[in-house]
Write a protein that binds this ligand. Sequence first.
Ligand SMILES: O=S(=O)([O-])[S-]
Length: 107
Amino acid sequence: MADFKRINTLTAHELWESKQARFVDIRDERSYAAAHIPGSMRLTDANVQQFLNELDDNDEVVVVCYHGNSSQGAAQYLAHQGVEVVSSLDGGMTAWAQAFPEAVERS
Ligand SMILES: O=S(=O)([O-])[S-]
């Protein structure tokens, strides 16, 4: 069965820096607007289908939430939808912002 990985901020940062993965953020609009990973897109019920349609077969996806819990459910969902390599960021945006404050886009 399709499954997802859990990755830490360091691994996620490497993927981000080398542009090896698409980052999707499932937090609410205000939280995303306030601070998000540069280049990440906000994934919602409304755009998930389009996102999946446009994804290339070998695109790796990293799911970001607040603390790394709800992203696991979303990553599982994407895996079931056929995304081959999908990860959930452990610690979520909170951990990312602590580890890499310079890699946060704020509005
Ligand atoms: O974002 S969270 O589900 O980890 S609280």
